[in-house]
Design a protein around this ligand. Structure first.
Ligand code: NAD
Ligand code: MG
Length: 394
């Protein structure tokens, strides 16, 4: 068995740590080339001592200085800083697999570096694909990169499709994708109650333990909106062929419907180590440390339609995909700014979609001809979203 050399982008995050937990269970099968983080030098230093990467990168230059000091007695690991360092470890010829687990638009450049270098790219960082859509998929095809979905729903869909028809679901007789959603912690809240929910409540997801940003996205249903767009690009389809099913138990991670009426589903405990292990070892199967599913304990499954009145973010995402061009990049940027303001306590939960909608309607949609264009629109939309927040809060 060949040892796979891995760079983990976003190693200190929820996905990063779950990835390292799977790697830890399989010494010999995987080796860690690089670990990266944003600001938490102490946490990365601990991981470096355990996994002995050749390189560690702190996105924040000051944190890189701290990490160098923490690792002064540990010459195995070289410390790099900033975006250049992230892109370097994503594209290093010594690496064959890159876990793209940075949160938000900050992950686009490093993930793209991995794609352009033709790596096996394990895509958790859905925002990178949402922002750049066709440009990203063209880069994957152009470089012959192997893009494997880690988002649990997309990994489920991937598992329910013939491997050679992932980009041609119609050719496989697939008629519909059934994208499941937990509904988040506020599934049963009234519109009035949603105005007063706190960041702590939003981050307390009923089934999944995740980073703060995606937890808030799950609570607004923007996560499902981003995932709708993600599914359209990954599986070369349109929102009309993807139907969101709220499934509060989060055991069925998504389903694929075929022309003969068959519906294939992938089930499992809500634990990201399952899709991560699937991506790391694909096409083989390895132990992920996940407890076997106990369907007797779960008892029953429920399904409902999403409520787009109380949770408009899902509708906004579908509109952004339809508008095309730079619209999804604007949607994503406005969402990141609004979620950060909510987490800081300067924006109420129900105003997250208001800010996104206002930012989208005040930003001209242009053709997404280049990554430079995407980055420029991302910047422009962030400035507009901040203006809209200021207008609401004065
Ligand atoms: P997290 O907040 O727990 O971790 C984010 C990681 O990114 C950290 O290591 C952090 O240091 C790094 N980071 C943050 N900002 C950065 C920057 N500007 N530059 C470089 N690095 C930076 O997030 P998470 O929950 O692990 O999510 C990571 C990605 O995976 C997101 O795109 C999320 O949507 C996706 N995802 C997460 C889950 C989950 O269960 N957590 C499930 C599906 C998809
Ligand atoms: Mg998901």
């Amino acid at each position: 068995m060949e040892t796979r050399s891995i760079s983990v982008l976003g190693a200190t995050g929820s996905i990063g740590l779950s990835t390292l937990d799977v790697v830890r269970r399989h010494p010999g099968r995987f080796s860690i080339h690089a670990l990266t983080a944003s600001t938490r030098a102490e946490e990365l230093a601990v991981l470096c001592r355990e996994f002995r990467p050749k390189v560690a990168v702190m996105a924040d230059p000051e944190a890189a200085v701290v990490l160098s000091e923490l690792l002064v007695d540990f010459p195995d690991t070289k410390v790099l800083a900033g975006l250049d360092g992230l892109c370097e470890v994503a594209s290093d010829p010594a690496v064959d697999t890159v876990m793209a687990a940075i949160v938000g638009a900050a992950g686009l450049s490093p993930t793209l570096s991995a794609v352009r270098a033709g790596k096996r790219v394990l895509l958790a960082n859905k925002e990178a694909l949402v922002m750049s859509g066709k440009l990203f998929m063209d880069a994957v095809a152009g470089a012959g990169a192997e893009l494997l979905p880690i988002d649990s729903e997309h990994n489920a869909i991937f598992q329910c499709m013939p491997a050679d028809k992932v980009r041609d679901p119609g050719g496989a007789g697939i008629t519909r994708i059934l994208l499941t959603a937990s509904g988040g912690p506020f599934r049963e809240h009234s519109a009035d109650d949603l105005r007063t929910v706190t960041p702590a409540q939003a981050c307390a997801h009923p089934n999944w333990s995740m980073g703060q940003k995606i937890s808030v996205d799950s609570a607004t249903l923007m996560n499902k909106g981003l995932e709708l767009i993600e599914a359209c690009w990954l599986f070369n389809t349109t929102p009309e062929s993807v139907e969101v099913h709220v499934h509060p138990e989060s055991i069925i991670h998504s389903m694929v419907e075929y022309a003969d009426g068959s519906v294939l589903a992938q089930l499992g405990s809500p634990d990201m180590r399952t899709p991560i292990a699937n991506g790391l070892a694909w096409p083989e199967r390895i132990d992920a440390g996940v407890a076997p599913l106990d369907l007797f304990a779960i008892g029953s499954f429920h399904f409902e339609r999403p409520d787009l009145e109380r949770f408009p973010c899902l509708r906004l995402a579908a509109e952004a995909f339809k508008a095309g061009g730079t619209a999804p990049a604007v949607l994503n940027a406005a969402n990141e700014v609004a979620v950060a303001a909510f987490l800081q306590g300067t924006l109420c939960f129900s105003d997250i979609p208001v800010i996104i909608e206002r930012t989208m309607s005040s930003t001209v949609v242009e053709p997404a001809n280049s990554f430079d264009m995407i980055f420029a629109k991302d910047k422009e939309a962030r400035a507009r979203a901040r203006e809209q927040i200021d207008l609401l809060t004065v």
